[in-house]
Design a protein. Structure first.
Length: 164
């Protein structure tokens, strides 16, 4: 008895037009989202970001953030990122005597006169309008300072996905 080879052809793979591309953000998104378009990821729930589990999701949603886009546009992240970025440009005693530079609307009154570097090291509760409950939720997520929030990988990932 002779054995015949299986001559059935496997199903042809549908061409997408993107086969030669190599970019990916696999370390930033959950495995089931690896093949999604960036625009689609932006409107996905925040747990599409790798590392956002049920506990973190619940805490972040209490901040009014539900999607990747919401996280990218989170007011306090954007403010914190700006302040932390400017802290890196600040020089000791570099303020001109006649300067009117300020970020008063971004901070609680007691921090309006501080340097960017001091602000970046301060707790998130110094951000004007951020409730104490929100500051505690952020602390629970490992975000203790303004600088931490400005560099928080989940916000940075979300912002990058939305902008790309």
């Amino acid at each position: 008895m002779t054995q015949t080879a299986n001559t059935e052809h496997p199903a042809k793979k549908v061409k997408t037009g993107w086969e030669g591309y190599t970019l990916n953000c696999s370390d930033a998104v959950a495995k089931e989202a690896h093949g999604k378009h960036l625009a689609e990821l932006a409107d996905n729930p925040i747990e599409v970001l790798d590392g956002i589990g049920p506990v973190s999701k619940q805490a972040i949603e209490h901040l009014g953030v539900h999607t990747v886009r919401d996280l990218a546009k989170y007011k306090y992240f954007l403010t914190a990122r700006s302040l932390a970025t400017l802290a890196a440009t600040e020089t000791a005693k570099g303020r001109p005597k006649d300067s009117v530079m300020n970020v008063d609307k971004a901070l609680v009154k007691s921090f309006e006169f501080k340097s960017f570097k001091e602000i970046a090291k301060a707790p998130t509760s110094v951000l004007a309008g951020l409730s104490e409950d929100a500051a505690q939720l952020l602390k629970h997520l490992g975000v203790k300072t303004v600088g931490d929030l400005g560099r928080w990988k989940y916000c940075l990932w979300a912002e990058a996905i939305v902008e790309a």
